[in-house]
Write a protein that binds this ligand. Sequence first.
Ligand code: SF4
Length: 252
Amino acid sequence: MSTAALNFSGTWSTADLKALNERFEDASAFELLDWASEEFSGDVVIASSFGLEDVVLIDLVARHELEIDIFSLDTGRLHQETYDVMGRIRERYDREIEVYFPDRERVEEMVQQKGPNSFYRSRENRLECCYVRKIEPLGRALSDREAWVTGLRRDQNVTRKNTPKIELDRGHGDILKLNPLADWSEDDIRQHIDEFDVPYNELHDRGFPSIGCAPCTRPVEAGEDARAGRWWWEAPESKECGLHTDDTGAAQ
Ligand code: SF4
């Protein structure tokens, strides 16, 4: 199927999504990114927390000079190592990184009412904190976009095993959500980073396969699920922050 045949505009039907996924299921990550760059030039963005998958996406986009922007959510609770890799990525690729912070008044209200670490006390508190520090800023980051790119992979966690290459993000105005690395393994990611000498978060070498906010991330033991160190006090099937949920609101 030609690119022109998939050059949609406006809303995306189920048939459109089926056709796109059939086209890109066996395509490389670069091919999907290249298509997105042409299709949504200036209106497509990588959501980066500077994890291993994110730096691979940034490397692909930067080296091939694709017209895909980069943004990051600074929750105010990140590891110093995450800020370090953000700085190294900026220097290496000379690409602008848009940074979105939480709404100051909402953070102040939450922390004054419940304290700085309320997320350990209940899942409700944890979701509230993730909403204030991540979900609301994400909504702002995507408000004028037609598509966004994530580093989701199917083998990261039970909640991600059915991740398609392309999906409709109903929660953000029916824009497309692209997951070019959905079928990559962790070895594929590491191999790419080694081959192209991509800067990465050094916490990954200290037992952190998945890195989020400092108080909610810990190293994992050998053989543990890659996301076992995220919100480790909660059940595996509930461990998403709301950045990646389907249109029913269920965790993926
Ligand atoms: S990961 Fe933890 S600190 Fe970060 S926003 Fe969610 S609950 Fe808050």
